[in-house]
Design a protein around this ligand. Sequence first.
Ligand code: HDE
Length: 725
Amino acid sequence: MAAEPGNALPPMLPRTSGQVTPNDKPPSPPQDTDKTLDLQPDTLAPGQQLTTNQGVTVSDDQNSLKSHVRGPTLLEDILMREKITHFDHERIPERVVHARGTAAHGVFQVYESQAHLTMAAPLQDPTVKTPVFVRFSTVAGSRGSTDTPRDVRGFAVKFYTPDGVWDLVGNNMPVFFIQDANKFPDLIHAVKPEPHNEIPQAQSAHDTFWDFVSLTPESAHMLMWVMSDRALPRSFATMEGFGVHTFRLVNADGVSRFVKFHWKPLKGVCSLVWEEAQLISGKDPDFNRRDLWESIERGDFPEYELGLQVVEETDEHKFGFDLLDATKIIPEEVVPVVPVGKLTLNRNPDNFFAETEQVAFHTGHIIPGIDFTNDPLLQGRLFSYIDTQLRRVGPNFHELPINRSLRPADNNQRDGFARMTINKGRVSYFPNSLGGGCPMHSPAAAAAFRSVAVKEQPGPKVRERSPSFSDHFSQATQFWNSMSDWEKDHIAAAFAFELNQVVDEVVRDRTMNEILVNIHKELAAMVSEATGIAVSPAGSPEAPTPSAPTPAGPLRKDADKLRSPALSMDKPPPTIKGRKVAVLLGDGVDTGEVEALLEALSAAELVPETIGPRAGAVAASGGPMKVNRAAPNAPSVVYDAVLVPTGVGPALAAQTLAQRFLHEAWRHGKPIAVASDAETLLEASGVPASSDGVTVAEAAELAEQLTTDLGRHRFPRRVSVLRPS
Ligand code: HDE
């Protein structure tokens, strides 16, 4: 007998991942790491029948239960109440910093065993792929802010190893603003929107930030990084990552060495320019996250080499700065960065909230083979991260699928909100005999965590900064000295932009005369010209920052000789794979020519996008030709290069939108290649046809020339950012 509608038994809820229903997105390429398999039982694909959270089949989810058809809603409407109550509780507190982020799954594979240096599981066996989850973030903006502010980027890596979870919670800059964790709340209060009016969002260009940093000379080196184009990465795949602090590697013999961790992107380090980044913020605030998502979906996986700078314990004091000071780098020319393995991001998360939002990093999540140093910034982080996860995600955050260790956790910790494990038995203490002494300690196990037996110096307890931390300017000077002319131009322009936003004269003056002049006179002069802040002759090299509560020590006389060429971004990227090319189309284009161009661009591993005057198609010679985007929705700032084929230039020359597109691409230093009949378009757009990286040629040559020019990434000398035109 056929079952009555509504009485049929619901099908089993599918609890297998990878089940694709017709309206699902195409799946990311399957990557069955141990972690992917571990996540599968928790990954739900949509079922066929709607149920309540208690598994009761729902007959109508569109109308609430009322006393009569036009009557009041009844309190007994359990369906509506459950749905709305859950909705009311959907948000968790956003991260107090690094609130805006995006993430991807991947794998890490070591090139050769590093067992001589460390027991760390991912660094042992070149045949093993360790699953990872990596979250990239900005720092100051809130969760809904933009991807491209001038800001530091977080680069947090969670390794799921057989010995437990290891989090390497780094940034895309190798130093930090402050030396002691105790100052972190002050720094963040200063950079976040001002508390009286919650303005400005995701920006350091305001009085409170510059008030704080101008009184905090230890931030000078970090300011150089943040004012450079490193603060504007073109994509997460083209930025470096750094562990920042000096950590320790410990091998099986218990020998410990200092280490700095680096992530080197295999696509090279490439950035946006500031005006472009600002425009992107309005046109596509998801610019970096979209790029990461799309590149993984098309199989263009971001890759980074893990590099180690290793220092023997006996060499600790040979550098002229303190390895415990997180405002210092070890120049790569002094201690080379040795590549030891590769990180590949190859799978997008299935669910943003469950994975990217709930992932909980902690600098204290380390495994045997890694250990800490006394860096006072790191020491404070060891407290802060666990504290913040307890507040943000709850005491059982480690049980959530994305945070869960592959090695099942087993101890006597119990209960708390939303406990998921069902611990059997009556024993939850140690020592015990009723539970057979389990879970037991494993003093002899090779993979048991032991802290390195570091010899601490005896001395009185103090609340002081070590004098070895007092050189606040030499490495800021070194950064300036290592830049090319255009990079200096961009840095000075960034300082000028920020200080032109600062209203308070005392703050402006202090930044100039206690910070910038001590970094470099050339920088101070450039910023002075662009801001009108006078450089005063008064400063003293012996007491360079009199206003600061922890002032800088005397200026190093040889600072101007310091250089580290590795710091400059003025290098061609090793590959241009994945760069986006705008191909401007219009009615009348030649079908064969456009098809050939698109094929040539794709063959060069570029991502061409055709743009027409409207969504849909243009009338090409061979009939309607579909376009990817409509011109009003496709700003030039989201592309790396522009190509104009034959037949569209003359019509576009009369259109403001097209002129602006070309002009912006030119201002932002992008390669431009146009067919010979588009010279009038260049002229109308104010683009000198003779500029470096601008090509006017026959159609057959356009794609090749554009590809060659993209090899330079940008032509940054085209426009002086200090003297905007
Ligand atoms: Fe963080 N930081 N931080 N930080 N940090 C957080 O933890 C903190 C610092 C970094 O994608 C918070 O889960 C203190 C340096 C990243 O989820 C919080 C100090 C570096 C992320 C916190 C620092 C970082 C965070 C906020 C000074 C580079 C995002 C939410 C001692 C090496 C991780 C959270 C993610 C997040 C505290 C300084 C990197 C509050 C106290 C230096 C990449 O715990």
